[in-house]
Design a protein around this ligand. Structure first.
Ligand code: PLP
Length: 371
C-alpha cells in the first residue's frame, strides 16, 4: 500500500506549463528578470492586494534580504515556534534573536509578553503567522510604534489570506512569503517580499541582483536571489488554480474537523475570526493524559499504518543543535510544550474522504480506547 504523505505538491496541467515555457525557447531569456518574472510579479500585486512585491529565488532569501534591507543592528524579538529559516535569517544578518513565547490558542507570538523583552538594543520584531494563523497584528503594531521598532512578518504560511478584508501582506513594514513546492502555492521554489515604503524597491532589487545598476555601475554589495523564468512560469500557472487549491484544502480541513471534534485529549485547529484562511496546515495537539498516548506514540502508530504526519515544529529553533548553549528553550515554556505535543496531519487538495476517514480512525484508536 502506498504511503500517505503529509503533503503533495500542487501542479497545473502539464500542457499548461509547457505552453507557458514555450516562449523561453524563442527568447532564450531564462533568468535575470525576464518577461515571466515581471508578469508574475505584477499578477501577485493584484492577487495579494498589496502595493509592492519583489520576487526572490525562495522564501528564505526573501526573509534574509527583507531584514538586511532595513540595515538593523542589535536584538530582534521573534518566537522559536517556527521553521529553521526565521531564526537563521536573523542570525545570518548578524542580529541577536530574543525569543518571546507564543499564544496557546493559535501558536503565534504573544504580544502581552513582547514589551518585557524590549531593551535599548531592540531594533525589530519578526513575528510568524504560524500555520496560516495571523498574528495579533494590531497589538504588534501598537508596540512597534511606541518603541519605534521595525516589524517584518514571516508570512510564509499565509499566501492568499486576508484579515478583515486586508491582504495579509500589508501588515508591518514588510512581509515575506514562500512559494516552495510544499506550500499552498508554489513556483517550484520561490518567494517574495511585500513592503510598504517604495524606497525599499531599489534596495531589495540591488540585494537580489549584486547591486548592479547597469553595465558600468555597481552601486551596492548585493547577492544573487533572482527568481528564474521557469519558476515564474510555474507561479503564473499555479496562480490560475490557487482558488481551487484553497477550496479543496478547505474541504479536507472541514472533514478532519467533523471527524475529530470530541476526541478526548485531541485539540484540533480552528479558524480565526475575520480571517480568510488558506488551509495550509492541520495541526492537532495531543494531551497524553487525556488521550492515553503521547504525541510520539501516535506519530509512530500513524507511521506504522502508512500515514506520514509531521512533528512540525519540533524542536523549537532555540533548541537546535546549531544554537547549543546560546539560548534557553525554557524561556518560552508554552512554545516548548506545544512543540512536544503537536502533529500536523496530511493535507493537500487531492486528499480524498476515504483516506481522511482512515487517518481519523487510527487517531481515534488510542491506547485508552483499545483496552
Ligand atoms: C517555508 C518557510 C520559510 C522558507 O521558505 P523557503 O521558500 O523554503 O526558503 C520560512 N519561514 C517559514 C515559517 C516557512 O514555513
Amino acid at each position: 500500500m502506498e504511503k500517505i504523505l503529509v503533503t503533495k505538491t500542487s501542479l497545473p496541467p502539464m500542457e499548461e506549463y509547457i505552453e507557458e515555457i514555450k516562449e523561453l525557447w524563442d527568447s532564450h531569456w531564462i533568468t535575470n528578470m525576464g518577461t515571466k518574472h515581471n508578469e508574475f510579479q505584477d499578477k501577485l500585486v493584484e492577487y495579494m492586494h498589496v502595493n509592492n512585491v519583489e520576487l526572490m529565488v525562495n522564501g528564505h532569501m526573501a526573509l534574509e534580504m527583507a531584514i538586511q534591507a532595513f540595515d538593523l543592528k542589535g536584538e530582534v524579538i521573534t518566537s522559536p515556534f517556527t521553521f529553521a529559516s526565521t531564526t537563521h535569517a536573523i542570525v545570518r544578518n548578524g542580529l541577536t534573536p530574543v525569543f518571546c513565547d507564543i499564544k496557546e490558542d493559535d501558536f503565534t507570538i504573544d504580544p502581552a509578553k513582547i514589551e518585557a523583552l524590549i531593551t535599548d538594543k531592540t531594533c525589530a520584531i519578526v513575528p510568524i503567522h504560524v500555520y496560516g494563523n495571523i498574528c495579533d497584528v494590531e497589538a504588534i503594531e501598537q508596540i512597534a510604534k511606541k518603541h519605534n521598532l521595525v516589524v517584518i512578518y514571516d508570512a510564509a504560511h499565509t499566501f492568499g489570506e486576508s484579515y478583515n478584508g486586508t491582504g495579509v501582506g500589508n501588515f508591518g513594514d514588510a512581509s515575506i512569503f514562500s512559494f516552495h513546492a510544499t506550500k499552498v502555492f508554489n513556483s517550484i521554489e520561490g518567494g517574495c517580499v511585500c513592503f510598504k515604503n517604495n524606497r525599499l524597491r531599489e534596495i531589495l532589487y540591488n540585494l537580489k541582483n549584486f547591486g548592479i545598476k547597469n553595465q558600468e555601475c555597481v552601486e551596492a554589495v548585493g547577492a544573487n536571489a533572482k527568481m528564474n523564468e521557469f519558476q515564474a512560469a510555474m507561479g503564473v500557472c499555479n496562480l490560475r488554480h490557487i482558488d481551487q487549491y484553497i477550496e479543496d484544502r478547505k474541504r479536507v480541513v472541514k472533514k478532519y474537523q467533523s471527524l475529530l471534534t470530541n476526541v478526548p485529549g485531541i485539540t484540533i485547529w480552528k479558524e480565526q475570526n475575520n480571517v480568510k484562511h488558506n488551509y495550509a496546515y492541520f495541526p492537532i495537539l495531543v494531551d497524553e493524559k487525556a488521550y492515553g498516548e503521547s504525541r510520539d506514540t501516535l506519530f509512530k502508530r500513524l507511521d506504522d499504518a502508512g500515514i506520514g504526519a509531521r512533528k512540525y515544529f519540533y524542536p523549537i529553533t532555540s533548541a537546535f543543535d546549531a544554537y547549543k548553549g546560546k539560548y534557553d528553550p525554557g524561556d518560552t515554556p508554552i512554545a516548548h510544550k506545544m512543540s512536544e505535543t503537536v502533529l500536523t496531519l496530511p493535507l493537500y487538495p487531492e486528499l480524498d474522504d476515504m483516506t481522511i476517514e482512515k487517518i481519523c480512525f487510527v487517531i481515534k484508536m488510542s491506547n485508552n480506547r483499545r483496552c
